[in-house]
Design a protein around this ligand. Structure first.
Ligand SMILES: Nc1ncnc2c1ncn2[C@@H]1O[C@H](COP(=O)(O)OP(=O)(O)OP(=O)(O)O)[C@@H](O)[C@H]1O
Ligand SMILES: [Mg+2]
Length: 125
């Protein structure tokens, strides 16, 4: 999830978790860098890499092992990890204009495309 400070990344993450049935508090991972949610059999990790000053800090934090096929990883400020992060299935680009807010969603993989198609089917009448 990419976009300026306050663009709405955490707010959308909260909505996604609500949509998955999580009813507890959804904190911004700004200070802890990571928040874990166990939803049914799903491991859902919410990261915020804003505080990293150098991509090497991402490597040293040991976060690479979280990015595996059993987990959903949602990342705010992915650019702070430089090119070290694996390719995202979906990328979200948040924009705030003078009159509204919008988000552009890009699928980069087959899994991402399937997810987006499913989402579109759910939201069309
Ligand atoms: N679609 C929206 N409409 C109105 N207000 C919104 C919307 N999305 C987010 N906000 C408000 O904007 C503020 C910042 O949102 P949020 O914390 O989601 O931003 P963020 O992109 O995660 O920022 P950061 O980069 O600091 O983590 C919050 O007060 C939130 O309620
Ligand atoms: Mg945030």
């Amino acid at each position: 999830m990419s976009g300026d400070l306050g663009a709405g990344k955490t707010t959308l993450a909260r909505g996604i978790l609500r949509g998955l049935g999580y009813e507890g508090k959804v904190k911004s991972p700004t200070y802890n860098l990571i928040e874990l949610y166990k939803i049914s059999r799903l491991y859902f990790y919410h990261f915020d890499f804003y505080r990293f000053n150098d991509p090497i800090e991402w490597e040293e934090a040991g976060f690479r092992e979280y990015f595996n096929a059993d987990a959903v990883c949602l990342v705010e400020w992915p650019e702070k990890a430089g090119g070290l992060l694996p390719r995202a299935d979906l990328q979200f680009f948040f924009h705030i204009t003078e009159t509204d807010r919008n988000v552009e969603i890009q699928a980069n993989t087959e899994a991402g495309r399937r997810c987006l198609e499913h989402w579109q089917a759910l939201s069309s009448p």
